[in-house]
Design a protein around this ligand. Structure first.
Ligand SMILES: [Zn+2]
Length: 461
């Protein structure tokens, strides 16, 4: 995690005001669909369903550690470890299933340390057949974290050497490896991708077999690059000037780039859609068209007799056939929910509801954890080190000024669930952020809750 500052400034007050206005707008826009939305999201699980899930989902710590082991190396931008971890993440996802479309978003940009090359990793679950009936364009639910680590030179006591492969063992111990920042988050995303793999297959099978039109919603993973500051002068990061000024331009490179890129794609597609709509309206007025196009850019527009999918249904007047192409999962508009993980895995982690328009999802996390604790109490599995809950009911809402990868998305009206503990782990940006200081009871509980949350969210329970 880049920087925490709780000092109130004029800029922040304006930002808060803006966020509250945005929230009010979102509430207003969604009001008409509120009942349907709750049904779609299966808002709250019933207690017996939850108990069933908790009984049947066992955290596989050995498997989780095997993933973490590969990521827990120094991996600052442009280092050997960075390249190694990037390849590991991509290969792991590709090996899972051919339905995971794995790609890199590569770009160069100016930074305070000069021109640098960054690589976001994006993995989207999209089946090969890619042709189903859909209410509208493909929606995505995103799990995100950052895979770069802070440069060791910027950590007190860290080594000035940046390459892990050529160092002696002692020098490697002086390298910052960012266990909570954010190796655990990357590991839990790969772990969840593995655990959700079969369920996602079932989800898409249900979509394809459905007799009625459905709203497609799939899982997408983003591993951001360049979240951490990369400024090369270690003295500047500790200065007051740095805290007040530089973080605005010296961090979040990957998320800023991707949100901007996807916004442009959305705008282009919307322009194309408007153009087509106008054309179609003219045709309808001239009685030339028998099939109405409902979904956005990727929907085929054909006359009734030419439609390749619905040609046997001669009486059909309206079809909605979505042919999924890469541009469908490279938009900012179709993100249904964006969940960002950061600083997961430390002791005494507490998470608060910091995003008003996703409060109902945060309430689900609280409910799942309550059932989890209750079940463990009944079966006497409770660990002494986890006598407090991760997800906090009070306060019901907390304003957060944490700069993180969700910001470029939240300012573009994407619904965000930002899961980062408050306060930060005490080991944050120190050489102690390593395997020895991770709390696996906390990790086990967090990952299990997220797995149950996703199964419920996608209607797979
Ligand atoms: Zn950090």
């Amino acid at each position: 995690m880049m920087q925490k500052q709780f000092q109130i400034s004029i800029v922040r007050i304006i930002l808060l005001y803006w966020l509250l206005l945005s929230f009010m707008t979102i509430i207003d826009c969604d009001d008409n669909n509120n009942n349907n939305k709750k049904k779609d999201d299966k808002n709250i699980l019933d207690k017996s369903d939850l108990k069933n899930l908790i009984q049947n989902i066992e955290f596989d710590e050995k498997f989780f550690r095997s993933i973490l082991d590969k990521i827990l190396i120094p991996r600052s931008v442009d280092s050997t470890g960075h390249e190694t971890v990037r390849q590991y993440i991509k290969n792991t996802l590709r090996d899972l299933n051919s339905r995971w479309h794995v790609e890199e978003d590569v770009f160069r940009t100016r930074t305070p340390a000069g021109q640098l090359k960054f690589h976001n990793i994006i993995a989207t679950y999209v089946p090969e057949f890619g042709c189903v009936k859909s209410k509208s364009s493909l929606k995505r639910t995103i799990l995100a974290c950052h895979y770069d680590s802070l440069k060791s030179t910027l950590v007190k006591g860290g080594s000035s050497s940046s390459s892990s492969s050529t160092n002696s063992q002692i020098e490697q111990q002086l390298q910052f490896i960012g266990a909570t920042d954010a190796a655990v988050s990357c590991s839990l995303m790969l772990y969840l991708a593995h655990k959700m793999n079969d369920y996602l297959g079932k989800l898409w099978l249900n979509y394809s077999l459905s007799n009625r039109t459905v709203q497609l919603n799939t899982l997408q993973l983003i591993f951001f690059d360049g979240e951490e500051i990369i400024r090369s002068d270690p003295n500047i990061i500790r200065s007051k000037r740095y805290k007040s000024k530089f973080p605005q331009t010296d961090s979040l490179f990957g998320s800023k780039h991707l949100a901007n890129k996807w916004e442009k794609i959305s705008n282009e597609l919307n322009e194309q859609q408007n153009h087509r709509f106008n054309t179609t309206t003219n045709d309808i007025n001239n009685n030339n068209v028998t099939i109405t196009k409902r979904s956005r850019h990727s929907t085929t527009t054909t006359t009734q007799n030419e439609n390749p999918v619905m040609k046997n249904k001669k009486n059909s007047k309206i079809t909605e056939v979505l042919i999924i192409s890469p541009q469908d999962y490279h938009t900012i508009d179709d993100i249904k929910l964006f969940i960002l993980f950061d600083l997961i895995g430390g002791s005494s982690s507490r998470f608060y509801n910091t995003n008003l328009n996703t409060s109902h999802y945060f309430q689900q996390l609280i409910q799942i954890e309550k059932s989890f604790v209750q079940f463990n109490n009944e079966t006497k599995k409770t660990s002494k080190s986890m006598n407090k809950n991760l997800f906090q009911q009070n306060p019901a809402f907390m304003v957060s000024f944490v700069r993180d990868d969700h910001l470029p998305f939240i300012i573009r009206n994407v619904p965000v669930l930002h899961l980062i503990p408050h306060p930060f782990p005490r080991i944050w940006h120190s050489m102690d952020d390593n395997l020895d200081n991770l709390n696996f009871n906390s990790i086990s509980r967090f990952v299990t809750i997220m797995q149950i949350f996703l199964l419920n969210y996608f209607g797979l329970v």
